[in-house]
Design a binder for this molecule. Structure first.
Ligand SMILES: O=C(O)[C@H](CS(=O)(=O)O)OP(=O)(O)O
Ligand SMILES: [Mg+2]
Length: 235
C-alpha cells in the first residue's frame, strides 16, 4: 500500500481523504449526525438553487462569516445541533471557501477526514483502497494551512498503525512521515490550532469555540464518502 500526502489536488485515482480541519471537514463529519446527506457546492447562487430543489437547509461561509440568507454558517457544532424545521428535508447544502471547493475535481473514491474522525477514516480507507491512499490537505485559498497538515498527520498515523497491526506491506512518502511526526504531541497540536492563521481568524470572528470543537481527537466514527455529488456516512 502506498500512502502519500498532497495539497489541493489528489495524485491518485484509488482512495483520497480530503482534510479541511478548520472547518469544512469537521462540519461534514459531525453534520452527518444531524443530516442524512450533505451536498457540497461552489457558489452561494448554486446553494440557493439546490436549497429550493431539495427543500434543504443552507450552510456556509465566505471570509468565515455566514452567507446572507443562509440558515447556518460553517460551524460544526451549529450544523450538528441545528433543529431542522418539520417542513424541511434533512439535506444540507454546504458551500465553504476551501473544503467544498477541493472536492469538485476529485476522480478517486473520496472520504472526508479530520482530527475528529482520524482513526475511523484511516481504518476505512485501508478497507477500500486497492493499493494507494492519498491524504489531501485543502489549505487556505491556495496556501498551506498548518491545521490541515496536523490533522492529516493524525490520520496517517492511524493508517500506518492499522497497516502495521495487520502486517500489510506499505510505503509512506517523506512528506506524509513529516506530518505524522508533527502531529504526535497533542498539546502542541492544540496550541497550533488556536495560533495558526485560520485559528486566529476564527478567534477574531468570535468563533473560537469552533476551534475547540474541531481539535477534539476521535470523537466520531463517521466516515463521509463523496459520491454522485453527495456526502453520506459510509457504512
Ligand atoms: O469557514 C472556515 O473555517 C473556512 C474559511 S475561513 O478560514 O474561516 O475564512 O472555510 P473552510 O472551507 O472550512 O476552510
Ligand atoms: Mg479550512
Amino acid at each position: 500500500m502506498k500512502i502519500t500526502l498532497s495539497f489541493e489536488k489528489t495524485t491518485t485515482t484509488d482512495v483520497s481523504i480530503m482534510v479541511d480541519a478548520l472547518r469544512a471537514s469537521s462540519s461534514i463529519v459531525l453534520g452527518l449526525n444531524n443530516f442524512k446527506e450533505i451536498i457540497p457546492c461552489f457558489t452561494p447562487e448554486e446553494a440557493f438553487k439546490l436549497g429550493e430543489e431539495y427543500n434543504a437547509i443552507l450552510a456556509g461561509e465566505r471570509e468565515g462569516i455566514k452567507i446572507k440568507g443562509f440558515d447556518i454558517g460553517n460551524s460544526p457544532k451549529a450544523i450538528e445541533t441545528y433543529k431542522i424545521p418539520p417542513e424541511k428535508k434533512d439535506t444540507l447544502i454546504l458551500t465553504t471557501s476551501n473544503g467544498t471547493r477541493i472536492l469538485k475535481d476529485m476522480k478517486s473514491t473520496v472520504l472526508v477526514g479530520s482530527i475528529v474522525n482520524a482513526e475511523a477514516v484511516g481504518k476505512k480507507s485501508i478497507e477500500i483502497a486497492e493499493n494507494e491512499i492519498d491524504v489531501v490537505m485543502a489549505g487556505y485559498k491556495g496556501n498551506f494551512a498548518l491545521e490541515d497538515f496536523l490533522a492529516s498527520g493524525e490520520i496517517i498515523y492511524w493508517i500506518e498503525k492499522e497497516l502495521t497491526d495487520n502486517s500489510i506491506e506499505f510505503e509512506i512518502s517523506d512528506f506524509a512521515k513529516a506530518a505524522i511526526l508533527a502531529s504526535r504531541d497533542y498539546e502542541n497540536v492544540k496550541k497550533a490550532f488556536y495560533n495558526c492563521n485560520s485559528g486566529r481568524k476564527l478567534k477574531k470572528l468570535n468563533s473560537q469555540d469552533d476551534v475547540t470543537y474541531c481539535v477534539q481527537k476521535n470523537i466520531s466514527d463517521n466516515v463521509a464518502i463523496y459520491k454522485n455529488g453527495k456526502l453520506k456516512v459510509f457504512k
